[in-house]
Design a binder for this molecule. Structure first.
Ligand SMILES: Nc1ncnc2c1ncn2[C@@H]1O[C@H](COP(=O)(O)OP(=O)(O)OP(=O)(O)O)[C@@H](O)[C@H]1O
Ligand SMILES: [Mg+2]
Length: 435
C-alpha cells in the first residue's frame, strides 16, 4: 500500500496499520471468513512521533470517507460538533470518524475522567457500534482517558508509537536531509546516535534549525557544525550563542583557563570510561553547559541489547569518571560534581537494596526496617561507591593517552561527535579493563 510510504521506518507498526486498512477496504474477504470488523483503533505516544501522520495514511489507504474531530471549539459547541460528526459518519457509512488528540477533548477538565466530552464520545461510539463506522483516535496520554472509553469493543486495538531509535532514527534523519544542501562532512551515523530516541518532530526541527544557522551565516551549505549547534539548541537546551558570550566574559577572569580545563577534563573523564567499557557509546561531548550550567555534558548512546544490570554498573563508573579525571590530572577534589555523586549513589543503592549485588542481607523492599539494618546498608552502599570510584580512577590512569588527546581536541573544538571520538581512539592504545 503506497499510502504508507510517507511513514519512514516503523515497519512493525506499518504492518499492523496495513492489516487494518485492508480489513476496512476489503471487508468482504473477512466477512466471508466470518470475521467481524474491529470497531476502533487508538494510536498513542509522545508528542511528535507521527500518530496523526499514521492515522491519515490509514484513512487514505482504506479509501473510506473520514470525519475529523479536533478540539478547536469551546466546550459546549464542541460537544454538539462531536455529535454531528458521528451522525455524518453514520449517514455516510462505511466511514471513519477520526478523533485526533482525544486526550485534549476535555482540556478544561484534565483530571476529570467523567468529563462531558468523554461521556459524549463514549455514547456516540456505542451508538455507531456495528453500523460500519470505524473509530480512529490518537492521544498523548492515555492515563487521562477513562478506562471505560478504552475498553475492548470501543477501541479493539491500541498501538503505542514510540520515539524512533536505531535504524528508524537514521532513516528519518536521511529523509529530512534529503532535499537540503549539505556539505559532505555531515556524518549521518553520528547524528543518528545523538538523536536516537528523539521524536520525528524534533528531528525535523533540528535539521531546519541547522538550515537557519547556515542561511544567517550566508553559507551555501549546511555543515556538521550547524547541525551539532542545532542539536545542542533543540535537544539539549544549550544556546551556543549564549555560551560563546559567557566564554568572552570568562576571558576576563584570571582563573579562566583553569576553569575551562576543569570542565574539559571532567567531561572527557565521563566519555573515556564510557568508550573503554562500551566502545562506540559516546554520541557527543561538549564543553558548553545546559541551561545556564557552567559545566559541559556528555551524551551516551545506549545499545538496547545491553543487559540492564551491566548498564547500571557502567553508568556508576561513567558518573564518577569526571571526578576521577580531575583527581588524576590536577590532584584536586571536583567540587562541581554533585549531580554525578547523587547519580552514582542512587544507582549503587538500587543495586544493593533491590538487586542484591552484596547478598540477601542487604535486600530491602520495605520502609519498616531496623535502624541497625539501615546503618549497615548505608555502610555497604558508601563502600561500594568508593570501590567503583577506585575502578574509575584505574581506568583513567591506564588510558592517560586517550584522556590527553580527547581533552586537547575538545579544548579547541568545544563539541566532539562519535566519528571524531573514534578517530582519536584509533591513534591511541586503549587498555581494556576486567569488570
Ligand atoms: N515516521 C515518520 N516518517 C516521516 N515523517 C514523520 C514520521 N513521524 C512523524 N513525522 C513527521 O513529524 C511531524 C510530527 O508528526 P505528527 O504530527 O504526526 O505527530 P503526532 O504524534 O501526531 O504529534 P502530537 O502528539 O503532537 O499530535 C510531522 O511533520 C510528520 O510528518
Ligand atoms: Mg497529532
Amino acid at each position: 500500500m503506497k499510502e504508507f510510504e510517507k511513514i519512514i521506518g516503523y515497519s512493525a507498526v506499518k504492518k499492523e496499520l496495513k492489516q487494518i486498512a485492508d480489513i476496512l477496504k476489503n471487508d468482504k474477504v473477512y466477512s466471508e471468513l466470518g470475521i467481524t470488523k474491529p470497531n476502533g483503533l487508538l494510536l498513542y505516544g509522545e508528542p511528535g512521533v507521527g500518530k496523526t501522520l499514521m492515522a491519515n495514511c490509514l484513512v487514505e489507504a482504506s479509501g473510506l470517507k473520514c470525519f475529523v474531530c479536533r478540539k478547536d471549539k469551546p466546550n459546549g459547541d464542541f460537544i454538539n460538533h462531536l455529535k454531528s460528526m458521528f451522525k455524518k459518519a453514520l449517514d455516510n457509512a462505511p466511514a471513519i470518524i477520526f478523533l485526533d488528540d482525544m486526550d485534549k477533548f476535555a482540556n478544561g477538565d484534565i483530571h476529570r475522567k467523567d468529563a462531558e466530552e468523554y461521556v459524549t464520545v463514549q455514547s456516540c461510539i456505542d451508538e455507531v457500534k456495528g453500523r460500519d463506522v470505524f473509530v480512529l483516535a490518537t492521544a498523548n496520554n492515555i492515563l487521562n482517558l477513562p478506562d471505560s472509553l478504552l475498553r475492548a469493543g470501543r477501541f479493539d486495538q491500541r498501538i503505542e508509537i514510540k520515539n524512533p531509535v536505531g535504524e528508524d532514527a537514521l532513516n528519518i534523519i536521511k529523509y529530512y536531509l534529503n532535499n537540503k544542501k549539505m556539505k559532505i562532512d555531515v556524518d549521518i551515523k553520528s547524528l543518528a546516535k545523538i538523536l536516537n530516541g528523539c521524536s520525528c518532530a524534533e528531528l525535523e526541527t533540528v535539521i531546519n534549525q541547522a538550515g537557519i544557522y547556515a542561511g544567517f551565516e550566508r553559507e551555501k551549505y549546511i555543515t556538521m557544525q550547524h547541525i551539532l549547534k542545532a542539536c545542542l539548541q533543540i535537544i539539549f537546551k544549550v544556546s551556543v550563542a549564549r555560551e560563546e558570550e559567557s566564554n568572552n566574559w570568562l576571558d576576563n577572569l584570571q582563573n579562566r583557563n583553569e576553569l575551562s580545563s576543569r570542565i574539559i577534563y571532567h567531561e572527557v573523564g565521563h566519555a573515556l570510561i564510557s568508550e573503554v567499557l562500551m566502545p562506540g557509546s559516546v554520541s557527543l561531548i561538549t564543553a558548553y553547559g545546559k541551561e545556564g550550567n557552567s559545566g559541559g555534558f556528555t551524551s551516551i548512546y545506549r545499545d538496547v541489547s545491553m543487559e540492564n544490570m551491566n548498564w547500571m554498573k557502567y553508568n556508576i563508573l561513567i558518573s564518577l569518571g569526571g571526578m576521577a579525571a580531575l583527581e588524576q590530572k590536577f590532584g584536586i577534589v571536583d567540587s562541581g560534581a554533585r549531580k554525578d555523586y547523587s547519580k552514582a549513589f542512587s544507582l549503587v543503592k538500587n543495586l544493593v537494596l533491590d538487586d542484591c549485588i552484596c547478598g540477601f542481607n542487604y535486600f530491602s523492599n520495605s520502609f519498616d526496617i531496623s535502624n541497625k539494618l539501615k546503618e549497615s546498608q548505608e555502610y555497604v552502599i558508601s563502600s561500594q561507591v568508593y570501590q567503583y570510584y577506585l575502578k574509575a580512577k584505574e581506568i583513567i590512569a591506564l588510558n592517560k593517552d586517550l584522556l590527553e588527546k580527547m581533552a586537547r581536541k575538545l579544548a579547541t573544538r568545544k563539541i566532539l561527535y562519535a566519528a571524531e571520538i573514534q578517530e582519536i581512539k584509533r591513534g591511541c592504545e586503549i587498555v581494556p579493563i576486567n569488570f
